[in-house]
Design a protein around this ligand. Structure first.
Ligand code: ACO
Length: 428
């Protein structure tokens, strides 16, 4: 492809540079478009807009490819630990043994949260959604660590904030759940690895011994790796745009958590189980619900199907489907919802409506099923997604600040009323 694109407006031809990425992705650089032509581009949902040049994640939606820093997701999910992948995403290279040990030790140093923060939990009602609690708690961390308010102060300070975030998110997430049950909060135990520690804080009780199941630990490790980054999705774009105003990292990540909460993004895994429950309560007639999903007059969609960028298959869904089968078999789980899920998957994969629109089960379809099988309550599913996505948000924020990207500020085309005169209230 030529490195110049030509654009003709009102008979005048403008030349725009074409930028080609390392995997041969092509972009027309329109950064001077408004200066040259007086026009801006219009791209609702940013479906065709490249917001940045990034070296973190490569994703090919047509081919179903996902790489972190050049490493295939399949290999990372098979061989690495979540903290190893976090290091890779944040610092750019796989860690040596020493680097990983240091990283893990730094994180273990910060797993406790300030005792005063425990009092915040008491103020939340038991039915508070844990995502609301988590985003508030993460934002509140900035009030305990004022040195984080200037995110660019020093590399050491930045790394300290990064370690604190990675260390404290599992503690706060597990405590949000324990609090909703009005159970005693379990303190982190640093002899455990990252995934073990989270499961311990979620499920252990002070009155009895807690036994970790290696199948569950392994499944959690894989799930977190698969969710660790996904280039410029809704929550990551939110993180980059909030961070671009030089807000501190805690508030920036808190904004990412809020963006993730929505049912069209990270909230989909919760919606999947709620949809399966609704189908079950309705008598388990899968065909009826598939018909509803296809009806344009019915707002219902099959949750866990379709993806903005994967239009062939979601490579994460392929890996997680196998983990899902393993976990269900090893734990011997019998659940009518799982039968409905399998039927739904089959019908949708064979149905012309879904096939012609390339709507396949996405990662959230299977992650919800695994989380249910290992005892994670439905309302915590999106929190699990946030745990996994944290290193990606941090890596994207770090890259954005290191590239000194300008504050994010899109334009618009105004379609409202033209200027008119104010009418006194009595005359309206
Ligand atoms: N069920 C039924 N129909 C669907 C579904 C679905 N789950 N998803 C898309 N469609 C249909 C649309 O109605 C549209 O049909 P049309 O061409 O006849 O108008 C067509 O498929 C294209 O859909 P869009 O909404 O234009 O696709 P978009 O890329 O904007 O949306 C999204 C992607 C939001 C993921 C969508 O597929 C969806 O809502 N899925 C269900 C929610 C979900 O699972 N979200 C998780 C995404 S993964 C993640 O965030 C990790």
């Amino acid at each position: 492809m030529s490195d110049i694109a030509k654009l003709e407006i009102d008979g005048k031809v403008y030349e725009l540079p074409v930028f080609i990425g390392s995997e041969n992705e092509k972009a027309i650089d329109i950064s001077k478009l408004r200066d040259l032509t007086g026009c801006i581009t219009l791209d609702s949902g940013y479906k065709n807009t490249g917001a940045t040049k990034s070296s973190i994640t490569f994703l090919d939606g047509e081919e179903g490819i996902l790489h972190y820093r050049g490493y295939k997701i399949e290999e990372l999910a098979e061989k690495a630990t979540f903290l190893e992948v976090s290091y890779l995403l944040i610092y750019g290279e796989l860690p040596t043994i020493h680097e990983l040990k240091d990283f893990e030790a730094n994180i273990k140093k910060h797993t406790l949260v300030h005792e005063d923060m425990k009092r915040f939990f008491e103020a939340y009602p038991a039915q508070a959604h844990p995502m609301g609690v988590l985003s508030s708690m993460i934002s509140s961390l900035s009030t305990f660590y004022p040195e984080s308010l200037d995110p660019n102060r020093s590399e050491a300070k930045k790394n300290l904030t990064v370690c604190r975030l990675i260390a404290k998110l599992p503690t706060l997430a597990a405590w949000a759940y324990k609090n909703s049950m009005r159970h005693p909060l379990m303190y982190p135990r640093n002899e455990y690895n990252y995934c073990q520690n989270f499961l311990y804080m979620m499920f252990a009780m002070p009155t009895e011994d807690y036994k970790l199941d290696p199948v569950v630990v392994d499944a959690l490790n894989k799930l977190l790796i698969l969710h660790a980054d996904h280039e410029q999705n809704c929550s990551t774009s939110t993180v980059r745009i909030v961070g671009s105003s030089q807000a501190n990292l805690y508030s920036t990540v808190s904004a990412g958590i809020s963006a993730l909460w929505g049912p069209l993004h990270g909230g989909a895994n919760q919606e999947v189980i709620e949809m399966l429950e609704a189908i079950h309560e309705d008598g388990g007639n899968v065909d009826k619900w598939v018909t509803k999903a296809k009806d344009k007059n019915d707002p219902f969609r099959l949750m866990g199907f379709g993806h903005r960028v994967y239009k062939n298959f979601d490579p994460r869904a392929k890996i997680i489907k196998k983990t899902c089968d393993d976990v269900l078999e090893k734990l011997g789980v019998q659940d009518p919802l799982l039968e409905i899920a399998k039927k739904l998957e089959k019908v949708a994969l064979e149905d012309e409506y879904f096939r012609s629109r390339n709507l396949y089960p996405n990662v959230d379809f299977y992650s919800g099923i695994i989380y249910k099988a290992i005892g994670i309550p439905t309302e915590m599913f999106t929190v699990m997604f946030a745990l996994g996505r944290l290193p990606g948000w941090i890596a994207q924020w770090k890259e954005m600040t290191e590239h000194k990207e300008p504050i994010g500020r899109p334009r618009q085309i105004y379609v409202g009323k033209r200027v008119r005169e104010y009418v006194d209230i009595g005359k309206r």
